[in-house]
Each structure stands twice: as structure tokens, then as C-alpha cells.
Ligand binder design. Structure first.
Ligand code: SF4
Length: 393
């Protein structure tokens, strides 16, 4: 068997790992043993898996691999957050971020190298798109984080208690690999995370939302960012295909299927002069009046390539108050890891852009600059005399 053809056990979900081992003549409990070694203890070397017979260990070493993605670099922020850069098999680099808070540790993972959806405020979207991450490259981010933090079984490092798919990429456009990775995150023999603490965040890929029903019961976050279709289509072009009413309906169906009192998170990135007016807040209140959810406001985190700007603290406060007065549950996301360019919407990695979008984007920026303008300023001018805009998922 060639090296390239060898199955990579780290990315196989419990069902697939069990099936592979059964095809090798082994009982299902072998899968549980291997998952414990790899995902709970961080062990990659078959020879260290002492509860597995030597002969079978040698066979596993010959016929399979356990290969997490390559960890390229680590960047520690002053506030305790850590950003890691992970190399992908396709030659790109993606980013993941650890955010500690009290006893909780949230890992924000990437699902794609780049993103095809090109939301106007997103640094990832400006990179173009290279490829879907494999399940090994997705769950491998959790593996690396635990190893780096010293929180595998027996370690006393800070834990990874939550995983959010809010890094690079649209997870529902890489459905199968994301779901396989999620299975491992939830498995008691692997990472054992609560279904409430693993969150898929989507820009609104309706076929993916439909497929989630009956396949998984993890938490859901929806990137809304605007209270009406006209503005949302400008910020999230996917909205032209799947408008707000259909998105909320599909979200409601997924949540209803869970059969518990669980609510989706509605994410709304606040961009100065673009979607942060009082009128937008009132419109959003009406839109969500009868929709059970929590709203998370994300003040835009600026990055150099767009002219969007973060709203003032008072404007964020006003927006929040209007929603709260309308009876909505609202939180405002605190900016973390800004010092290492890892705040929401700032993740870029190094994408081998197959779409040439980045090239076009930069060319447009140069042309705008030669006209004395800023990238994207032409659109913001039509919306607000306050000028540019900018942000994140
Ligand atoms: S916000 Fe999400 S869906 Fe939109 S371009 Fe960025 S990564 Fe893709």
C-alpha cells in the first residue's frame, strides 16, 4: 500500500474507524481504544498503544497513518488568546484561535482554506478560495490546541470546552468533512464535548442547513448582519440566492427538530454607517420579534484591506438598547486577540487562491487608491456620509 493511499485514522469518525477496523478483522472496541489514545491522550505512535496487541499495532503502522496537519506557527496575544497557523495538504495555511474566558476555553476553527462566499466585510473572503479542509485537518486543529495547551488527559493546561466553526470558511460548504470532525468532537471516546458547546456558524447555506437536520444536534449560529434583503445582499452576496425569510425558516426548522429549549445565535456585525443606524436596530427588532433566538452583536474589527470602520461605543450601546427594549436577548462580543490579528473576521492564513479573486481584489484596490479612494468606499458613500465600512462573521 502506498503512503498516499493509507487511511489517516485521526480524521475518521467513530463509524468510519470502526468499519475500517472491522474490514481488518478487528472488533469494534478497537476503534474506541484507538480514539482514546489519539484524541484523549494525544498519542500518535502505534507502538505506545499498549492495550493493543503488538502484531496488530505493527499492522496498523504498516497500513494506516495517524497524521494531524502541520502546525506552522503560534502567536500569543497579551489577553491570553492564542492563534495558530496550520498548513494544509493543498499548500495553503489556515488559522485557528483559542479564547480563554473564566473556566471556559473556546477554540475557533477553520473549515476551508479561504472562502468562496466573499462577504464584503470579511478578511477571509478577500483571500479567495483554495480547498475544503479534510476531516483530519479540521479535528486536527482541536488535537493541536490540546497538545499545545497541555490539556490532553493527565495534563493540567487550560481546557478546550467549546468549539465554534467561526474561523476561515463556510462549514456547510464542506459538509461531510465538517460533520465527521464534529462526530469526533462529540464522541466520549474522543473529545467528549457537549452538543451545546459545539457551534456551526453559517452564512446561510440552506441545503446544508437542511442536511444538518437528523445528522447532528450541535448548536447553530447564523450570520445575519443586516435586517433586510437589500442590505444583506450587499454584505453577504449569498443572500441573493437564499434570502432572509428562507434562512430564518430553515433555521427555525433545525432548532425545532432538536426538540429542546435551544435557541440559535444570530450574529450581527456592526459596521459604522452601514448597518448600525437606529433604524436598522428597529427593523431587526421587528424581524426577530417572533423568532426565538439570541442576538450577538460583533463590533467590526478593522483590517487594512477594507475601508469599513468600527462603530463608536455609544452607537453600539444605542443599537443594543433598542433590541433589548424590544425584548430580545442581546450580547456584545468583546474583541479578543486583536494584537495577533485573530479577532473575529480578521483571519486570513495564506490561501493559494484558485479563484483569482484576491488578485482581482488587490487590482481593484490599487485602482481605487490611484483615484484617491479606498477599497469599497464607492459603496459606502452611497449609504452614509460617515464614509467607509468594514468586518467579520
Ligand atoms: S464571513 Fe464566513 S462565509 Fe462570509 S466570506 Fe467570511 S468566512 Fe466566508
Amino acid at each position: 500500500m502506498s503512503t498516499a493511499a493509507k487511511p489517516n485514522l485521526i480524521g475518521l469518525n467513530p463509524v468510519k474507524l470502526t468499519a475500517l477496523l472491522e474490514s481488518m478483522g478487528e472488533k469494534p472496541y478497537r476503534a474506541r481504544q484507538i480514539m482514546r489514545w489519539v484524541h484523549r491522550r494525544g498519542v500518535l505512535d502505534f507502538s505506545a498503544m499498549t492495550d493493543i496487541g503488538k502484531t496488530f499495532r505493527e499492522r496498523l503502522a504498516r497500513e494506516t497513518v495517524i497524521a494531524p496537519p502541520q502546525l506552522a506557527s503560534r502567536h500569543d496575544a497579551d489577553d491570553g488568546c492564542v492563534k495558530w497557523i496550520i498548513g494544509t495538504a493543498s499548500g495553503s495555511a489556515v488559522e485557528m484561535v483559542y479564547i480563554p474566558e473564566g473556566g471556559r476555553g473556546t477554540l475557533c476553527v477553520s473549515s476551508q482554506a479561504g472562502c468562496i462566499l466573499d462577504c464584503s466585510f470579511c478578511a477571509t473572503g478577500k483571500q479567495g478560495f483554495d480547498s475544503n479542509l479534510t476531516s483530519a485537518e479540521i479535528v486536527g486543529q482541536v488535537w493541536h490546541a490540546r497538545r499545545e495547551l497541555g490539556s490532553f488527559e493527565g495534563g493540567d493546561g487550560p481546557p478546550v470546552t467549546n468549539v465554534v466553526f467561526m474561523g476561515m470558511g463556510e462549514p456547510l460548504l464542506n459538509f461531510d468533512n465538517v460533520m465527521d470532525a464534529v462526530d469526533l468532537m462529540l464522541s466520549d471516546y474522543a473529545y467528549g464535548l457537549s452538543k451545546r458547546r459545539v457551534t456551526i456558524s453559517t452564512a446561510g447555506v440552506l441545503p446544508g442547513l437542511e442536511r444538518m437536520r437528523g445528522r447532528t444536534d450541535v448548536s447553530l449560529a447564523v450570520s445575519l448582519h443586516a435586517p433586510n434583503d437589500e442590505l444583506r445582499s450587499e454584505l453577504v452576496p449569498l443572500n441573493k440566492k437564499y434570502p432572509i425569510a428562507e434562512l430564518l425558516e430553515a433555521t427555525g426548522k433545525y432548532m425545532k427538530d432538536l426538540g429542546e429549549s435551544r435557541e440559535p445565535l444570530i450574529e450581527y456585525t456592526l459596521i459604522r454607517g452601514v448597518n448600525d443606524h437606529r433604524q436598522h436596530a428597529r427593523e431587526l427588532s421587528v424581524l426577530l420579534q417572533d423568532f426565538s433566538c439570541k442576538v450577538n452583536l460583533i463590533p467590526f474589527n478593522e483590517f487594512s484591506e477594507v475601508s469599513y470602520r468600527r462603530p463608536s461605543a455609544s452607537s453600539i450601546g444605542n443599537f443594543r438598547k433598542i433590541l433589548q427594549d424590544a425584548g430580545l436577548i442581546v450580547t456584545v462580543r468583546t474583541t479578543r486577540a486583536d494584537g495577533v490579528a485573530a479577532a473575529c473576521g480578521q483571519l486570513t492564513g495564506a490561501v493559494r487562491d484558485q479563484t483569482r479573486r484576491r488578485e482581482r481584489f488587490l487590482r481593484r484596490g490599487e485602482s481605487d487608491a490611484s483615484n484617491g479612494g479606498l477599497i469599497h468606499s464607492e459603496k459606502s458613500d452611497t449609504r452614509s456620509a460617515a464614509g467607509p465600512r468594514g468586518t467579520a462573521r
